[in-house]
Design a protein around this ligand. Structure first.
Ligand code: ATP
Ligand code: MG
Length: 422
């Protein structure tokens, strides 16, 4: 039995995943961000320091295990802390800037539902060593370009906020506690608990009652420090110049403790409650928190499952056809020669997918399989064809006559058809 919250990604969907991921990686390449590949297992301490003890992630969502040496380990619930650790530990943050991305599975023990799983995948993008709003704007521009490449730009909305310096947040936090303490009875149980541990997270609550209790309460913008205000204004000016639309959401906070200043999120209305497809912001405090030198940084993480869901909702899903050409072998003794011939064809027509029938059987049955596979063409190898270096090409979806052709002509014909189709 599959473990709760885990998903099996089967052929058709896996193909779409690959297309979606490679379109995004392509954009990242063109923005000159470099890929890093990072471990899935880290120490618990990395996350309790880097993400924060009072966050949902660390408090109740982490998959922890003790290894044979008695060390407390966790399956990574997110990628930023590990990325900062890795770059710092490898001396890549001192006196230099880095723009990197990573991808892979993350693990959180939460209630599984559509768009929310216990193993899910992120593509994370991080820029280190850059403190100005220029890099925040670049990251947002990069996000926009990702959605454009996937054809989902029209379905997402950018939300923006600034959560200021740690000192500004501390002052706001006090004001918020002061406002909510007398209204405690109307908060949902999670928010009541957070009032003591992580009150900023209450702003993010989905409970209607809690949201009402926050109305007319302290507004973060009144607590924003001057330097953060200036940074925020700089970012907004750049976005205006880039013609990037956004809505300011004063209640946008991040679940992770290490954010400072800019925070942003892309959401969609097409996925129900799990509408956030990408979230990020600036986290100037993280590297130092992990024991490195103070290093400004900003980044975002994309939820790949949700992006694929959105992509499917926008573009539809058609069943995957695994092969373009289904090759039939008329006699068992010809199989080796047919495999060799098809291999020559694969080299001559590299954009096409050839599947060779296996397991023998009558031609009629092989053609039935060819038809059911959805392939456009069948290619037949009989004794005469193999002897003369030919193959019989049959258009399974059209009315053209079957033709005996030299292999090179088969390739030319298939390449031509493919080109004409595209
Ligand atoms: P949410 O509010 O939906 O729980 P989050 O604030 O916990 O999201 P982040 O930690 O910022 O999310 O992660 C960035 C992105 O990763 C999210 O915007 C979302 O697209 C995706 N994501 C987060 N948790 C899950 C999950 N359990 N399953 C699938 N995708 C997820
Ligand atoms: Mg969450």
């Amino acid at each position: 039995m599959r473990v709760r919250g885990m998903r099996d990604v089967l052929p058709g969907e896996a193909r779409r995943w690959r297309d979606v991921e490679s379109a995004m990686v392509d954009v990242l390449d063109r923005f000159a961000y470099q890929e890093v590949r990072l471990p899935m297992l880290e120490t618990v301490e990395l996350f309790s320091r880097g993400v924060g003890e009072a966050t949902d992630i660390v408090e109740k969502e982490m998959y922890c295990l003790t290894d044979r040496d008695g060390q407390a380990m966790a399956l990574r619930p997110e990628g930023t802390a590990g990325c900062a650790r890795a770059l710092d530990e490898n001396g890549m943050l001192y006196n230099q800037t880095q723009r990197v991305f990573y991808r892979g599975p993350m693990f959180r023990y939460e209630r599984p539902q559509k768009g929310r799983y216990r193993q899910f995948h992120q593509i994370g993008v991080e820029a280190f060593g850059l403190s100005g709003p220029d890099i925040d704007a670049e990251l947002i521009q990069l996000g926009c370009e990702l959605w454009r490449a996937l054809g989902i730009a029209g379905e997402v909305r950018l939300e923006l906020n600034s959560i200021g310096s740690p000192a500004a947040r501390a002052a706001f936090r006090e004001a918020l506690i002061g406002w909510l303490e007398p209204r405690k009875a109307s908060l949902d149980p999670d928010s009541r608990r957070r009032l003591a541990t992580n009150p900023l997270r209450i702003l993010d609550s989905k409970s209607e009652e809690t949201r009402r209790a926050l109305d007319n309460g302290p507004a973060f913008k009144d607590y924003l420090d001057d330097a953060s205000s200036e940074h925020y204004a700089g970012l907004k000016a750049l976005l205006a110049e880039l013609d990037i639309d956004y809505v300011e959401n004063p209640r946008l906070v991040r679940g992770l403790d290490y954010y400072t200043r800019s925070v942003f999120e892309w959401t969609t209305d097409r996925l129900g409650a799990q509408g956030a497809i990408c979230a990020g912001g600036r986290y100037d405090g993280l590297v130092e928190l992990l024991g490195g030198r103070a290093t400004p940084a900003a980044g975002f993480a994309i939820g790949v499952e949700r992006v694929v869901l959105l992509h499917d909702a926008v573009h539809g899903v058609s069943p995957e056809v695994p092969a373009d050409v289904y090759c039939c072998v008329l006699q068992p003794g010809l199989h080796g020669a047919a495999l060799a011939a098809v291999q020559r064809l694969r080299r001559m027509a590299p954009a096409l997918r050839f599947r060779v029938h296996a397991g023998g059987g009558k031609l009629k049955n092989q053609l039935k399989r060819a038809d059911r596979s959805g392939a456009r063409w069948a290619l037949l190898f009989g004794e005469a064809e193999i002897r003369e270096g030919l193959a019989a090409l049959k258009d399974l979806r059209g009315s053209a006559e079957q033709e005996r052709l030299r292999l090179a002509d088969v390739a030319a014909r298939l390449n031509g058809r493919r080109a004409a189709k595209e």
